[in-house]
Design a binder for this molecule. Structure first.
Ligand code: HSE
Length: 402
């Protein structure tokens, strides 16, 4: 079984390593040895065991009938999309780790795979090495999915964990995450929540069977979270995590990416550092938890190669992994109900205003600060916004799931 890898970066090189290191057990599972025939990249890799396999022209692998499976680990929408389309049209199954590609072009590529009697799989595009796509597709088919809530971005989870446990400021922890190679030089996609947004869009499309456009999902990153928020959180016995959530509420569907304050009773409370955690709630099975490394060369490659094995075991078949092209309309974020944690500049004189707007609330005060915080009762986000507008000096708000 000959495969080709497109993009020899962190994940692509991990795929080559997994195929080589676990060659024997993979061959047993597939029924024949799996071998990397080509590595497509713009660069050369002198001294690397794959140096003889490097090609620079995608048509070489597309036109080679010996290659039946293609791994796309280039990242970004283009040229990855054009290359994947060429491979599918040539009758090759494709697996990708590229969430930008799946979130933007997933529906089209799934259809193209079906037309060509091949498969398009993307286990590694969400949660790195965590098996989550296959469980949603194959194991939870008896359930209606009620909710998916995930810590889907390792970089921001590392940053929030450091702010929580070590009291670090946002700027200091971002610098450290960049030095450690977790955060990119341009960390926008991680810290603004765009990466988590694409991942929850993919999971939601699979879970609810209709296309969820990532552009429709309200997305807030962690850039407004400060060390002061964590001082309050510590006093309240809570923590703050960046959640990608989608929820079915009767016939309404909500989806959002935002920092959320949770306490120790939440299943995702103990998901720290660069780890990812995904909670899935089905109407029969109840709550399930998936936990593991959401990034990194070998963990992510493990998920990619698992797709390769699955496709190699099912030649000529389209492995069903699909959602309808019908767009799933998302409910207005104003209709989502929850409690809110709110910080207000000033002192006791402001509390009358707070209570006039919100009714009785729970206050949290930290000595030495010229501000205070309070927790609202459960209300819709629209009601919160209307009431908060009546209070002068609102500094910030964090949604709560406690
Ligand atoms: N930047 C991503 C993260 C990589 O930090 O989780 C994995 O998608």
């Amino acid at each position: 079984m000959k495969i080709a890898i497109m993009g020899y970066g962190t994940i692509g090189s991990g795929v080559a390593a997994v195929v080589e290191r676990n060659a024997e057990s993979i061959a047993k599972r597939v029924g024949e040895p799996v071998e990397v025939k080509y590595v497509l990249d713009l660069r050369e890799f002198p001294g690397d065991p794959i140096q003889e396999k490097v090609i620079h022209d995608v048509d070489i692998l597309v036109n080679d009938p010996e290659v039946s499976i293609v791994v796309e680990t280039m990242g970004g929408v283009e040229p990855a999309c054009t290359f994947v389309k060429k491979a599918l049209a040539a009758g090759k199954s494709v697996t990708t780790s590229n969430k930008a590609l799946v979130a933007k072009k997933g529906t089209e590529l799934l259809d193209l795979a079906k037309e060509n009697h091949v498969s398009f799989l993307f286990e590694a595009s969400v949660g790195g090495g965590i098996p989550i796509i296959r469980p949603l597709n194959q194991c939870l088919t008896a359930d209606e999915i009620v909710e998916i809530t995930g810590i889907l971005n390792g970089t921001t989870n590392y940053m929030l964990t450091k702010m929580d446990k070590e009291g670090m400021t946002f700027d200091a922890v971002l610098k450290e995450a960049q030095e450690k190679g977790y955060a990119e030089k341009d960390p926008t996609a991680d810290i603004e929540g765009f990466d988590a947004c694409r991942k929850i869009a993919i999971l939601s499309s699979l879970a609810y069977g209709s296309q969820v456009d990532f552009e429709d999902i309200y997305t807030e990153g962690i850039t407004k979270i400060t060390d002061t928020d964590f001082k309050y959180a510590r006093k309240m016995g809570t923590s703050i995590k960046l959640f990608g959530t989608s929820r079915r509420d009767g016939d309404k569907f909500h989806a959002m990416v935002a920092p959320v304050m949770i306490d120790a009773s939440h299943p995702l409370y103990a998901v720290n550092d660069v780890f990812n955690g995904i909670m899935v709630e089905g109407n029969m099975v109840d709550k399930l938890m998936f936990y593991g490394r959401g990034a990194g060369s070998l963990p992510t490659a493990s998920a990619v190669v698992a797709d390769v094995v699955e496709m190699a075991k099912n030649p000529g078949k389209t492995l069903v992994q699909s959602w309808s092209t019908k767009k799933l309309p998302l409910a207005d974020k104003g209709t989502w109900e929850r409690k809110f944690f709110v910080r207000v500049a000033g002192g006791a004189e402001k509390k009358a205003q707070v209570e006039a707007a919100f009714g009785p609330v729970t206050y949290i005060e930290i000595e030495g600060l010229s501000e205070f915080a309070f927790v609202t009762p459960v209300m819709t986000e629209a009601a919160y916004e209307e009431k908060a507008a009546k209070v002068e000096g609102v500094l910030s708000m964090i949604r709560m799931d406690v």
